[in-house]
Design a protein around this ligand. Sequence first.
Ligand code: XIL
Length: 367
Amino acid sequence: MISRRRALAGLGALPACAAPPLGAQEAPLRQVARARGHVFGTAVRADLLADDAALAALVAREAELLVPEWEGKWDALQPEEGRFEFAPLRAIIGFAQRHQQRVRGHALIWHAAMPPWLPAALAEGPRRAAAVMEAHLTAVLRETREAIRDWDVLNEVIANPEGSDNPSPTDGDLRPTPWLSALGPGYPERALRLARQLDPTLRLTLNDYGVEADTPHAEVKRQRLLRVVRGLVQRGAPLDAVGIQAHLQMRDPFRPEPFIAFLRALRELGLAVLVTELDVREPDALAPSLAERDAAVAEYAGRFLAAAIEGGVRSVLTWGLTDRDSWLVKEPAVARGDGAATRGLPYDEALQPKPLRAALARALGGG
Ligand code: XIL
């Protein structure tokens, strides 16, 4: 969990400690991407930016866009009903401003990272749930109005298919959550309309996972997402973009065609598409050497990224920069069962670049 104390203390000025130097031919990822009209970004945590000067320097050098890994979630922002806690998010916004970076927001409506009081309040019924939604969005969007112009209003609202190894499978298109139980299937539209009313020029994004691979489950989830999004657009609900989380799993085959067709279908609805949380889970059987593992991760992600760009993606964010700090390494729920540390991000645990960084540079730099 985030160190509240450090995050609340705010972040210092530009870290004195430099990031590990790039090779003579290498430009920062943000610059490589920008030269092609693309954007590279990463998830960050306020405590790490404050505590680790080398990481902070790396983030400052490589990323143009930041997203808070935790600081924009309900349990960070409203730990008790009516008591808003903006210091950690402000610390990230301040860091971004000092390094000419933008920040996107994550996440307003989500079934996870709920403070304990929230599910209890939602269970009290639709009027109470609507009031709670309105109070949170009103306070948060007022606070971030200047600094954040793109929010994940809806996170992971699409249902996982039956037989999927993801939790909460159902036959419906919307995932069963306390929000769905409280407000019924109109809750995504309600949240979008509220966000638009509160901040008419904010970009409103629906963000989800499990839609990338060439598997029957991913295909079902793509169709569900398309049905939900088409319904929203047809009803005139304000939705501007779809975020593809891209927590990739190398055990799943990837084929560009179905994924590109999916992105094109979204764009034909007038929506922007972006990659919001890229990282890569390695297959069950690992190659014998780190070099082979890293090459395989880069190859898999490279094929995904090429397809994403071909399908119209312009912005790519990774879910952190280093394996050292990755949720794939730290969290038992997503870490490997065999105890090996997943090497799914562009920098290793010693903050050295890996082939995945080169794959990102190639995809975003268009060469
Ligand atoms: C993850 C964080 O990385 C973890 O530290 C936290 O404990 C759980 O959430 N999809 C999302 C992100 O939208 O918010 C999640 O982040 C990863 C999956």
